[in-house]
Design a protein around this ligand. Structure first.
Ligand code: ACO
Length: 311
């Protein structure tokens, strides 16, 4: 009965075993996974846009090839994640509909503009760096299909992070004007990348339960701290300044001390009022509508093929 199922589930979680699609799971565990995995998939799909913006204007053939590969990886990540979510009983159509209706969340970070080429460097370094800090622990998420998808995604994210760092390193070896552009991009992306980790722990409604279920392994604030620890020495190597005069390591507390994050900006973006929210969704909707004939043709092919094999 239900109580036995629940205690078997609890034992699996306690023993660091994985929950697989056909296993019994609490309805709330299923719901939270659908929520997180679909939001994560949507983030990858919407996340193609800020960088897609620069593919046609990349400064060399080599840079263009690298950027195209990166954006294609993001499409792939979105597809693995949608597949992982489908194992929980939601369809790809339902998820797509929620995204284009504007009822699904996706990461706040993709609602900022990319006005310069150097933004490709700052995104790779900071945004993909934050993604790695957040996602490496998700490789151990208790739900099998999610954790396994994350392994490959994280390998690709580390290539993305390195390519961003290398763009910035190259620009920083250029002219004064180029160094100023790089610093400007770092100034614009640093705070939004800290917001990617989500609200502070005491304002994160989902964290405690997701950690008890071993979906999340670390709290939002702990991961934000790790990320800061990772980028501080990298900023030194690059020669850029992180735009926080308060930033320093508090050895007694064993934590990075930072200025207050602008949570009003974060909540405005989540409410759909960020600088690029409307554009991102409009582009996604248009792409979906433009692809309608392909879906119709595929469905018609399947129908004809099935009819022919039935003859
Ligand atoms: N952007 C948009 N929404 C966010 C963000 C963010 N940066 N951070 C938190 N939220 C939302 C949560 O989704 C949640 O909303 P919901 O309850 O309606 O779903 C709400 O704010 C409260 O946050 P938490 O209680 O902390 O939510 P949660 O436990 O899900 O933690 C987190 C948020 C850390 C983003 C988690 O869902 C996660 O690790 N997701 C997987 C990684 C991911 O989605 N990355 C996307 C960007 S990186 C990339 O490579 C595309």
């Amino acid at each position: 009965d239900e109580a036995d199922e629940q205690s078997h589930f609890d034992e699996l979680i306690a023993a660091e075993q994985r929950i697989e699609p056909r296993d019994w799971m609490p309805a709330a565990y299923r719901r939270t996974l659908i929520r997180q995995i679909s939001q994560h998939g949507h983030s990858e799909i919407i996340g193609m846009q800020p960088e897609g913006n620069w593919i046609t204007r990349a400064p060399s053939l080599k840079r263009k090839a690298i950027l195209m590969a990166k954006v294609q990886d993001e499409a792939g990540h979105g597809l693995y994640l949608y597949s992982a979510a489908q194992t929980l009983g939601i369809t790809r159509d339902e998820m797509t509909q929620q995204l284009i209706d504007g009822t699904a969340k996706y990461s706040s970070i993709f609602n900022y503009p990319t006005p310069t080429w150097v933004d490709m460097g700052a995104i790779g370094w900071l945004v993909d760096g934050a993604a790695i800090a957040n996602q490496v622990p998700l490789c151990r998420a208790s739900y099998g299909p999610y954790g396994r998808a994350m392994v490959r995604i994280c390998k690709e994210e580390s290539f993305h992070q390195r390519q961003g760092f290398e763009i910035l390193l190259t620009i920083m070896r250029g002219t004064d004007a180029q160094r100023e552009m790089a610093q400007d991009a770092v100034d614009r992306w640093y705070w939004p990348s800290l917001m990617m980790f989500g609200p502070p722990d005491d304002q994160s409604p989902n964290s405690a339960q997701s950690m008890a279920w071993k979906i999340k392994r670390f709290s939002n604030d702990d991961l934000r701290q790790r990320f800061i620890g990772m980028v501080v020495p990298q900023a030194e190597i690059l020669g850029v300044t992180l735009p926080d005069p308060e930033l320093h390591y508090d050895a007694d507390a064993g934590r990075w001390n930072t200025s207050e994050i602008d949570w009003t900006e974060f909540h405005e973006i989540l409410a759909g009022r960020g600088p690029m929210n409307a554009v991102r969704l409009q582009n996604r909707r248009a792409a979906h509508e433009d692809g309608a004939w392909v879906r119709d043709a595929a469905a018609e092919y399947t129908r004809k093929h099935a009819a022919r094999t039935a003859e």
